[in-house]
Design a protein around this ligand. Sequence first.
Ligand code: SF4
Length: 193
Amino acid sequence: MLKVKEEELEKIKSECNNCKKCSLGITRTNIVFSDGNPNAKILLIGEAPGADEDATGTPFVGRAGKLLTKLIEECGMLRKNDFYICNTVKCRPPENRVPTDEEKELCKNYLLNQIKIVQPKVIVLCGATSAKSFLGNKIKISQIRGQWYKLFNNIDATVIFHPSYLLRNHSEAEGSPRWLTKQDLYKIKDFVS
Ligand code: SF4
């Protein structure tokens, strides 16, 4: 099963490697396709690649990614085993701007195909850009984080803060964004156990 998934994902990755559907395809160094385990029960969708991700071709490897990995581990999970991680767009927006609705739409089929192949038990929408892609542009991340939704064919989904927001909020006191994120991660862990 894992081998079949890997082969199917590799085909989509090759398509992305040749993709120039939007202007991000012209300025990227590498596409940033995914990281983690295609058999994972948790599929996490972040915003867009940054400079470190563009250079390495791997999502969430910069400071924000390291913080996400640390929080995942503090909640008793392993990023490499328990998560399949990707982004709303595969190529880095210049100067780390937020990807436009048009760029996200043009890239969305790749992401939807990744979800279809991985068949996660839960989708984690990480940050406002990711949440807006699936829940609409009117949402406010502070109001919907921690809530649960049904996407597509009844796949459960929930929303967490993006780790780049947590980098600007150091407190781990009860009620702080970091503390809330850990509560969300514990709930996700319980849900897939
Ligand atoms: S961001 Fe997506 S749609 Fe745009 S060029 Fe990259 S792979 Fe293609």
